[in-house]
Design a protein around this ligand. Structure first.
Ligand SMILES: [Zn+2]
Length: 121
């Protein structure tokens, strides 16, 4: 018998493919974009939420004589400005005249949609 339990809003699990922490309600991993649920009858109808924030920009190294390192830091704060998390999500080096494009997106999903039943085990 296939048991199912409701996923509480904000409940997380690890993607079996890339090990990223994802919402338990997600049907597709936002990091590696692999499918996470194949047998859930509600998976096909699961809403993907909506994009509440989308920021994109390109950084170009302007010095022509030496490479430079970069560090990408992502932080999340609550409504009082208190830091909830701060993580280095990427580091690297730019050679002269190289560029990198960075994008950050925040998707919101109504909590009722996040309470879809997820398979156990
Ligand atoms: Zn993944």
């Amino acid at each position: 018998m296939s048991a199912a339990r409701p996923a509480a809003p904000g409940m997380t699990r690890n993607c079996p493919h890339c090990k990223s922490t994802v919402l338990a309600s997600a049907s597709i991993c936002p990091a590696c974009q692999h499918h996470l649920r194949f047998n859930s009858p509600t998976a096909a109808a699961a809403p993907t939420g909506y994009s509440a924030l989308q920021v994109e920009g390109t950084v170009r190294h302007r010095q022509l004589d030496e490479p430079c390192e970069f560090c990408v830091v992502l932080s999340i704060a609550n409504e009082r400005g208190e830091q909830i998390t701060r993580q280095v999500v990427g580091v690297g080096v730019l050679q002269p005249s190289e560029s990198r494009k960075f994008s950050v997106s925040v998707n919101l999903m109504p909590a009722r949609a996040a309470q879809l039943k997820v398979p156990t085990g």
